[in-house]
Design a protein around this ligand. Sequence first.
Ligand code: ATP
Ligand code: PRP
Ligand code: MG
Length: 303
Amino acid sequence: MESSLSSSRLTIAIQKSGRLSRESIDLLKACGFKFSLHESRLLAHSTSHPVDLLRVRDDDIPGLVMDGVVDLGLVGENVLEEARLERLATDFPAVFTKLRNLDFGQCRLSIAVPKEASYDTLQSLEGKRIATTYPHLLQRYLKNAGVKNVSTAMLTGSVEVAPRAGLADAICDLVSTGATLEANGLVEKDVIFRSQAQLIQRPGELSSEKQALLDQLLPRLDGVQLARESKYIMLHAPKAMLERVVDLLPGAEQPTILPLSHTDETVAVHVVSTEKLFWETMEELKALGCSSILVLPIEKMMG
Ligand SMILES: Nc1ncnc2c1ncn2[C@@H]1O[C@H](COP(=O)(O)OP(=O)(O)OP(=O)(O)O)[C@@H](O)[C@H]1O
Ligand SMILES: O=P(O)(O)OC[C@H]1O[C@H](OP(=O)(O)OP(=O)(O)O)[C@H](O)[C@@H]1O
Ligand SMILES: [Mg+2]
């Protein structure tokens, strides 16, 4: 299958404007792919690689990938799984390859009820109506939990106002901080799906040029994600305390220990850490006699 927009340029669908847009573009840029973006344009060409961005609503991305219209897509797993279930229910092909979990767009799909509603377990929803944008994910969850006779009111936005508007008894919508639920007098009861952004590929083989581009993109993507999770830690430590200092540093299996020109009692310790260095640990390091403690971000990494 080779029906993506152009046979030689790798086409990637991303969300045009919304929660995933900025981070999708930033991630591709961090991988060294440059783009000339115009707010109103659907298609953006890369000025550095034979790559085109198709900027669309996130709901359209799974279908564009599964139908082979684009080669790759960056989309939330919530939208992807809902689209997959919907296509399976209507006998449409729902084939794609998940290439990577991306480290953004983390949220959960949850059932929430009005503060004053009586709710003990999921069974309390029997015979009730739930407003949602994700009817297939919701029905799958309720079916697995053995909850019957729940009807859904399909809304594509403003789901949180449905109970107040008398459209539904409960909602099933995305939650991150919980601020939107609280602002609407709702309480989160059951998390039915956890999601983050994904990079997916269309079914069928890519042309050799496109495959070569993808083979370049994926290690870069891994490098960017690893670098984002990592920190470079530098400090001066008393030699006598070195063992205890290294034990305190997160993920410091192989620290670099360097002599300092002005003293024999203190050494410089450098380490790449894939974990966060908390203020509390920095304070403990200081209490052991460490000084000049620096935690620096890493821009790129390659093993
Ligand atoms: N509060 C949140 N925190 C983090 N990620 C979120 C949050 N809400 C949504 N997301 C993720 O971002 C995706 C896009 O959310 P957004 O609200 O921008 O979608 P939308 O309004 O459906 O946009 P579109 O106009 O493209 O259809 C969601 O499908 C989900 O994967
Ligand atoms: O738990 P919170 O941190 O409050 O986030 C949850 C809200 O975020 C999303 O909407 P968004 O703000 O993206 O706007 P939208 O409804 O226009 O898509 C989601 O649909 C919720 O309404
Ligand atoms: Mg959408």
